[in-house]
Design a protein around this ligand. Structure first.
Ligand SMILES: [Zn+2]
Length: 114
């Protein structure tokens, strides 16, 4: 199933309430060579290079990207938040799966009203 783009504050709030949210310091996504394809900017972001602003158990991260691709062409103001689950699979290593994503400015509004 494709990750859903949450496009209203209400949807983001509802999705956040489904998660067991932890502070960013709770876990560190320091996995080498593990990346996800950002649903917002279509770039591959390495999980140990992109900022994570919150965590959720088990091993999910709210990654914040700038919204700018490597050519600087598709620039989206404020960037995107992707909620990414990272799981270890035997012989495959760490696998990433995006749960949902939204624009950072919408995410910030939702967090403020929680
Ligand atoms: Zn991105």
């Amino acid at each position: 199933m494709l990750p859903e783009k949450l496009n209203t504050k209400k949807k983001v709030i509802e999705a956040l309430k489904e998660e067991n949210i932890l502070p960013a310091s709770a876990m560190s996504p320091n996995y080498k060579y593990v990346c996800f394809i950002c649903e917002g900017c279509y770039e591959a972001h390495f999980v140990d290079k992109v900022e994570h602003i919150l965590c959720a158990s088990p091993t999910k991260f709210f990654f914040k990207c700038s919204g700018e691709n490597s050519h600087g062409t598709r620039k989206t103001e404020g960037g995107f938040i992707n909620l990414v689950s990272i799981k270890y699979k035997f012989l495959k290593g760490h696998q990433t799966q995006i749960q949902w994503y939204c624009e950072t400015k919408l995410f910030d509004k939702a967090i403020d009203s929680l």
